[in-house]
Structure formats: C-alpha cells, structure tokens
Design a protein around this ligand. Structure first.
Ligand code: MF3
Ligand code: CO
Length: 235
C-alpha cells in the first residue's frame, strides 16, 4: 500500500502541473493513464462498476465522480482530481482540488478549508479514538467555516479492495463507532460545499453535483492508523 500510495501522490503532483485553462479533462485522463502504466501499476477506477476512465475530474459545482471528456478547463475553475491505483494487489486512493489559473478568493478559501478539514480528520486517526472522532473533527471545522459537508458520500476502508468496511462519514457526533487500532487503512475524503450539503447525480449515471449548483471541493488521503500519529500514504 505504501508503494501504491507513492504512485498516486506523484500522479497528483503531475496533475497539479497539468491543470490549467485550455486543457481538456480527457487529456488529463490520458496523461494519468500513461503515468500509471509507466509505474507498472493498474488504474483502480477504470471498469469499477463500469466507470470509463482512470481519474475522476470534478469541476466547480461537480462534487465527485466527474467523467473526463471534451470539456476545456477555463480560467477560474476549481478542479477536483481523484485517482486510485493497484500495486501487487493493494490499493491506494487520493484526491486534491486545484485552481485553473487565477481563481476568486472565496473559491481559494473553500479549497484551503477542505484541505485543512481533511488534516483535522487525519489527526484523529490514532489508536484509542473511535471512528466518529474523525467525522466530528471534519464536520465541526467545516461548519465553523460556513461550509456544507456532503453526507451522501463517505470515506472508506481500503486495502485488497478499493472500498472496504468501514464507511468513514464526514459528519457525526464524537466517540461513536468502532475503536481505531494501529494498522487500519482508511481513505478519508471530505467534500465541502459553498452552499447546502445536498447533492444530486446527473443523468450520465456518475457525476455528482451540488443541488444548488454552488461550488464544491474534495480532498482525500489514504492513511494508516497509528499509535500516536497516522501515516499518510498518499502525500
Ligand atoms: N475515489 C472514489 C472513492 O473514493 C472512487 C471513484 S469511483 C470510481 O470512492 F468508480 F470511479 F472508481
Ligand atoms: Co475514496
């Protein structure tokens, strides 16, 4: 999983450089596919329940699971890129949200608060805490900053499968759910909305958008629960 995590981290670094006005989301996917195979890894998303690409690219009001296509990124867009790979049977999964060119200050704040909400959750991924301590850390920080936390989609366990138990919600009261033990592998992935937390799926069967069409940001890391500190595999 460490090797899978490093590949995803490097790929997201590459995506950060490639996200700019004028590039299509399909081109981003082609770059990602070439990189993944060059690392002798396999894309985790392609073919997963029929998903047609290696990455998800979710722009502005798109929350997650945007399908790469002919769309041209424009100056001012915020662009979520989510990717998973498999190496020797083990998975990693991570996401970041990048600005395309110059982006308005309120969108940059959404991005930074989402990044920090994830970090607050990761800080709770230590032995002796309970699962919902992660959830509460994400929710409280996000709502203090005025954002809606998506409830319909959650983080997840990860390992020999992309998605394993338990679900890792980004909301909930503290001190509930399973006790965290060193070595557990989790993908933590807050999705924060500028408006309401309500989302809906488009008729393409994948793309999730905010109901109010305000913007959304998404960050995800694959982590290992530690005795005193989580290990982040995808940084
Ligand atoms: N990163 C997403 C998740 O954490 C997976 C994308 S769904 C897929 O659940 F179908 F595209 F793989
Ligand atoms: Co995930």
């Amino acid at each position: 999983m460490r090797r899978a995590g490093k590949i995803v981290a490097s790929l997201l670094k590459l995506m950060e450089k490639e996200v700019r006005p004028g590039i299509t989301t399909k081109t981003l996917d082609q770059i990602a596919e070439n990189f993944i195979y060059s690392q002798k890894a396999e894309p985790a998303f392609k073919g997963y329940y029929g998903y047609p690409a290696c990455i998800c690219v979710s722009v502005n009001e798109e929350v997650v699971h945007g399908i790469p296509g002919p769309r041209l990124l424009m100056e001012g867009d915020i662009v979520g890129v989510d990717v998973g790979v498999k190496v020797d049977g083990y998975y990693s999964d991570a996401a970041r949200t990048f600005p395309a060119g110059k982006v308005d200050a309120e969108s940059l704040r959404l991005i930074e608060v989402t990044r920090e909400a994830l970090n607050r959750g990761i800080q709770k991924a230590v032995e002796g805490n309970r699962l919902s301590d992660i959830s509460w850390a994400v929710q409280s920080y996000s709502e203090e900053n005025g954002y809606g936390v998506v409830r319909k989609y959650t983080g997840h366990g990860i390992g020999k499968n992309l998605h394993e138990d338990p679900q890792v919600p980004n909301y909930g009261k503290p001190n509930q759910g399973l006790k965290l033990v060193e070595g557990m592998a989790l993908a933590i992935e807050p999705m924060l909305n500028q408006g309401s937390y309500d989302v809906e799926e488009l008729t393409d069967g994948w793309t999730v958008v905010t109901k109010d069409r305000k913007r959304s940001a998404h960050f995800e890391q694959t982590i290992i629960v530690g005795k005193n500190k989580a290990e982040i595999l995808t940084e």
